[in-house]
Design a protein. Structure first.
Length: 193
């Protein structure tokens, strides 16, 4: 395996969550149910006592279920099964992305948390604007980086300068998936910062 393919594999492993646990739990439950049904069918064929219910008893119970159960109970059971199905479908089809990003590097697979990128971008924006710590907050999302700047009262800020510094910082990271950055200067200023 080439270094490039190994690096891509490691990066993907670190930036995406595993679906192994939900898969194992679901498969284990289904295997247990099917083994129990098989055992009941074999005991019924051998004319032996069932563990819980024979296939004939299960069929009778299933046919009589709508008559013997209240309407609210049927609706609740259906809603519960529907929610379970949606959760399993979401786990199966969801992106499974972790709050991490791969940085461009020739020598190694580099993966950092979104919080690290946010702190670095905040520091860069703070230095570009000449502000004190705590006056800049950054949020890193899936496709965007949002920087909120709280200026010192009475001192105007140039948004373009801060935007250029933020874009330069993000460009230096050579992120695997590009992001769009926005800088917002808040109306409330910080006093005496």
């Amino acid at each position: 395996m080439s270094k490039d393919a190994a690096s891509r594999r490691l990066t993907r492993r670190e930036t995406h969550s595993s679906r192994a646990i939900p898969s194992i739990v679901t498969a284990s439950l289904l295997i247990a149910v099917f083994l129990w049904l098989t055992l009941e069918a074999v005991l019924w064929l051998l004319k032996d006592q069932p563990l819980l219910a024979s296939p004939a008893q299960l069929l009778e119970w299933l046919i009589g279920l709508p008559v013997n159960t209240t309407q609210a109970g049927m609706v609740a059971a259906g809603a519960g099964l529907g929610i379970l199905a949606l959760v399993l479908l979401g786990l199966a089809l969801g992106t499974g992305r972790r709050q991490r990003r791969a940085l461009g590097s020739e020598r190694a697979a580099v993966v950092v948390d979104h919080e690290v990128i946010a702190a670095a971008v905040s520091r860069t924006a703070r230095r570009a604007a000449g502000l004190a710590p705590g006056q800049v907050t950054t949020t890193v999302g899936g496709r965007s980086v949002r920087v909120q700047v709280r200026p010192t009262s009475g001192e105007p800020l140039v948004v373009e300068d801060i935007q250029a510094a933020v874009d330069g910082e993000l460009a230096a990271y050579a992120l695997e998936r590009p992001v769009r950055s926005t800088v917002q200067i808040l109306n409330e200023g910080a006093v005496g910062q």
